[in-house]
Structures are given as structure tokens and as C-alpha cells.
Design a protein around this ligand. Structure first.
Ligand SMILES: Nc1ncnc2c1ncn2[C@@H]1O[C@H](COP(=O)(O)OP(=O)(O)OP(=O)(O)O)[C@@H](O)[C@H]1O
Ligand SMILES: [Mg+2]
Length: 252
């Protein structure tokens, strides 16, 4: 039995009067890949953003319920949001490097914490770039602009940036939907490698991708977590008719 690192308890979220997440209870297991699938607008990105309190930035968002991370509610009154965001890194659909050099994209988040020496920062940047499988491609051009990289390289740079803080969890919101098949394959393989170091939660519209890389699959529909289980089980013997319909392409 694997331990859940994160557990939501009756998580509800509203944007104004729009009830977007409804009593979601989901475990996110330590050092596994969990894929979140479901039709457009069902609340996948919103749920993902709850895990690093990114919805706090949206004034009309209201949250009820708990998210326990290692047993501690990240929504409790005294929670340290900055610390949560270093423990839970995030990568978005479109690669969004800073308008800085390749090196400084990864170094920036470390430098502003002013607790690392220059050589520690250099070491961490190199390690993060290696862990994100992009070091070999950039090691001779670290001072060039991040925008000089291809889309797939930019996305791996964003993964390196997220890894620089040594997060426990990595949230990926459709990280390959803007990429070509080759760059996509590379990031899928990278996820399989990274899960030895970090817990991964990935939103994807690509059902085959969920099948290839995830240990657990969560199917969401209209704000509800309809089904959660081991990916091979969810894919072969879905318990809910709506999961089956989605997986067989009846709607989506
Ligand atoms: N910033 C926001 N302000 C208000 N409503 C929002 C906001 N972001 C999302 N919503 C609403 O919340 C609901 C869920 O949206 P969400 O983006 O989580 O869906 P999704 O499953 O990620 O969809 P997609 O697959 O298209 O990315 C939708 O009704 C959407 O309109
Ligand atoms: Mg989304």
C-alpha cells in the first residue's frame, strides 16, 4: 500500500456563483504519476491550482474543505503560502519562460530567496537542468535568451525552473498540448524518470498519454471526481458509465 502525500477532504470551490468543484475527495500518492482527465470545463485546472493555492489570486474564488499535505491543511489560517508554492511546483500549457537568460530562468527563484551562495545556485541550476533533460542542449549557451530555445526545450526549461526549489510535488497542466509529437514523447519519458524524485499530477486531454505515463487516473465530470483508481483498472474496467463513455470517445 502506498501512502497518499496529499488528500483533499470535501473540497468545494466557487467562482462567484459558479460551483466549479463539488465535494472532491482525492488522494495524490507519493512518487507516483496521477493523470487528471475529463471534458473541457469540468474543473481540472481549477483543482490543480488548489494544490499550490494559485486560486487565491482570483478574487471571486471561494474554497471550502481541506487539502492535507503530509497531514497538514494547506488552507489553514496560518499556512505559509510562499512555502507551499516552493513545495508544490507548477508548469503550464504554454511554455512561459521569463524574458531572461537560460541560466537566470532557473536561478531567479533561488536568487531572490537570498539564502544560497553563488556556487550553490550554480550547482542547483545545473542539477535542475540535468534532471529536466535539457542540460546537454544548453550547457554551452546558458547566457542566451530563453526565447532562443524551441518550444519543447522551453517547456523542459520551465520544468527545470520548477525543479530548482526541490519541490515535493510537480503540477503539470496540459504540458505537451502545444508541442510536436517528438517533444511530447520526450516530456512523457521525462515524467516517468522524474517520478522517482517527485510526485506528479498531470492534466491531459490526451487519453493515450494518461495511459502511457500515469499510475493513477482521476476522471472528472462537471466538477465532480467521478472515478479514481489505478490507471490500468480505470482504463480496462471503469466503474462509472461516464468514465467509460469518455474513454471510448462518446463525449469529450
Ligand atoms: N479565473 C476564473 N474566473 C472565473 N471562472 C473561471 C476561472 N477559471 C475557470 N473558471 C470556470 O471554472 C470552470 C472550470 O474551469 P477549468 O479551467 O478548471 O476547466 P478545465 O477542466 O481545466 O477545462 P479545459 O480542459 O478546457 O482546460 C469553468 O466553468 C470555467 O469557466
Ligand atoms: Mg484546463
Amino acid at each position: 500500500m502506498v501512502n497518499a502525500q496529499i488528500l483533499t477532504e470535501n473540497l468545494n470551490l466557487w467562482f462567484g456563483t459558479n460551483h466549479v468543484l463539488r465535494d472532491v475527495n482525492i488522494p495524490i500518492y507519493d512518487k507516483k504519476v496521477t493523470a487528471m482527465i475529463g471534458p473541457s470545463g469540468c474543473g481540472k485546472s481549477t483543482l490543480l491550482r488548489c494544490f499550490n493555492r494559485m486560486n487565491d489570486l482570483i478574487p471571486e474564488a471561494k474554497i471550502k474543505g481541506k487539502i492535507l499535505m503530509d497531514g497538514d491543511d494547506i488552507y489553514k489560517a496560518k499556512a505559509n503560502v510562499t512555502e507551499i508554492r516552493t513545495r508544490v511546483g507548477m508548469v503550464f500549457q504554454k511554455p512561459n519562460p521569463f524574458p531572461k537568460s537560460i541560466f537566470n530562468n532557473v536561478a531567479y527563484g533561488l536568487a531572490i530567496q537570498s539564502k544560497y551562495s553563488k556556487s550553490e545556485i550554480r550547482d542547483r541550476v545545473e542539477k535542475s537542468l540535468k534532471d529536466a533533460w535539457i542540460w546537454e542542449e544548453v550547457k554551452d549557451r546558458l547566457n542566451e535568451s530563453a526565447f532562443s530555445l524551441s518550444g519543447g526545450q522551453q517547456q523542459r526549461l520551465c520544468i527545470a525552473r520548477a525543479l530548482a526549489n526541490n519541490p515535493e510535488v510537480l503540477l503539470l497542466d496540459e504540458p505537451t498540448s502545444a508541442l510536436d509529437p517528438q517533444s511530447t514523447a520526450k516530456i512523457e519519458e521525462l515524467c516517468l524518470d522524474l517520478k522517482n524524485k517527485v510526485t506528479i499530477l498531470i492534466v491531459t486531454h490526451n487519453i493515450a498519454q494518461a495511459g502511457r505515463i500515469s499510475d493513477y487516473t482521476a476522471f472528472m465530470y462537471l466538477g465532480e471526481l467521478v472515478e479514481f483508481g489505478q490507471t490500468d483498472k480505470v482504463f480496462t474496467v471503469p466503474q462509472d458509465k461516464r468514465t467509460e463513455a469518455y474513454l471510448t470517445g462518446v463525449f469529450g
